[in-house]
Design a protein around this ligand. Structure first.
Ligand SMILES: [Zn+2]
Ligand SMILES: [Zn+2]
Length: 194
């Protein structure tokens, strides 16, 4: 059994509120499908914020792809990763013995991971540009979704969307896995927690 967590959605200007499971939860491409970027957006059919398949290729953050020498959880965003490289480059510039330090190896690993993830990101981008799928709600499979992520969007009342973390809410023994196809259609299954 593990804890269950939610994103609690609300609006700055009206009474709208809804929630989505934030964890444990997985969204993954079906076999052979390149990874797409998934965003929280307004769905006109659900009348709620939902996870939406954006029909754009996912940008892969270094460490998130298998077989690199970077820890999977080391970087949350691409910006964090690029900052880490910049920091090490600065150290390299000021230390003539840099090549003798552990940072030398670290920087090499970072550049290796950067190259792998950039290739994957390019592959994802080119693939989705070539097939012209439509953004699709991963909850109801409707294509009647906002073209913006919730951060850049406005509720129909004009308010801004607010996302809060519920904290732990009870325990679950299973969790939902959504698998999407390249055309945006998706299926959902429950898996046992390990
Ligand atoms: Zn509102
Ligand atoms: Zn929907």
């Amino acid at each position: 059994m593990g804890g269950i967590y939610f994103n609690i959605w609300s609006c700055s200007d009206c009474e709208y509120t809804s929630r989505t499971v934030s964890g444990p939860f997985r969204v993954e491409p079906s076999d052979g499908t390149p990874e797409a970027s998934i965003e929280y957006r307004w769905c006109n059919n659900c009348q709620e914020i939902q996870r939406v398949f954006t029909a754009k290729g996912a940008v892969i953050i270094p460490g998130k792809e298998p077989n690199t020498k970077i820890d999977r959880w080391e970087f949350r965003t691409l910006e964090d990763f690029n900052n880490a490289i910049r920091k090490l480059e600065r150290k390299k510039k000021w230390n003539i013995f840099f090549f003798l330090t552990s940072n030398h190896k670290k920087l090499k690993n970072y550049y290796e991971a950067k190259s792998i993830s950039e290739k994957l990101s390019d592959k994802n981008r080119v693939f989705y540009e070539s097939i012209k799928s439509k953004p699709t709600c991963l909850n109801c499979n409707s294509v009647d979704v906002s073209e913006y992520s919730y951060e850049k969007d406005r509720h129909k009342c004009g308010g801004r969307f607010i996302c809060a973390d519920s904290g732990r809410k009870g325990s679950v023994g299973t969790y939902e896995v959504i698998k999407y196809n390249a055309d945006g259609t998706s299926t959902s299954e429950m898996r046992d927690m390990r």
